[in-house]
Write a protein that binds this ligand. Structure first.
Ligand code: THU
Length: 163
């Protein structure tokens, strides 16, 4: 049986078309990108999380001479928020790469991590994928980015015989 999945998103030409809180979150992500440690790629990325109490937690990419040990901005921000404020829900994540002319889309690994936190808190995390030139794509939940994802449901679905 053939089936389809629809991806819902909004796209804007300028951050200014968004609500003030969203524009502020993108601005915080851009400011965080300037503090990234990215001497190898020189691709500086910033992520900013809006927490349920209105506070903002930022992260940026952290690279290493042993390349695979580096970490993306999204995961630095998400792990930092979860480590410090495990009880606070994340409302939105804004993402932007310095000087980038196209909206930044999270890598597969970061999508997996985002989805885990969205499922853990049982409420959507909005994504604001910004470009430094002003354009932005908005998704209402992280799950939109990762259909057919692997999750704890897969771990729970192991048959009794296999255990
Ligand atoms: N990077 C991020 O921080 N977030 C993304 O969404 C994509 C890629 C980082 C990883 C690496 O430090 C650099 O950008 C180049 O891939």
């Amino acid at each position: 049986m053939k089936q389809e999945i629809h991806l819902n998103f909004e796209s804007y030409g300028s951050w200014k078309e968004l609500a003030a809180a969203d524009t502020q979150l993108l601005q915080a992500a851009l400011e965080s990108a300037a503090k990234a440690y990215a001497p190898y790629s020189r691709f500086r990325v910033g992520a900013a999380l809006r927490m349920e109490d209105g506070s903002i937690v930022c992260g940026n990419n952290q690279e290493n001479a042993s390349y695979p040990q580096g970490l993306c901005a999204e995961r630095v921000a998400l792990f930092s928020a979860s480590a410090q404020f495990p009880e606070k829900r994340i409302i939105a994540l804004a993402l932007v790469a310095e000087s980038s002319e196209m909206p930044l889309s999270p890598c597969g690994g970061c999508r997996q991590v985002l989805l885990e936190y969205e499922q853990r808190q049982n409420s959507p995390i909005r994504l604001l994928m910004g470009a430094a030139n002003g354009s932005v794509i908005v998704l209402q939940k992280a799950a939109e980015l990762l259909p057919f994802s692997f999750s704890k449901e897969n771990l729970n679905a192991v048959s009794k015989q296999a255990q």
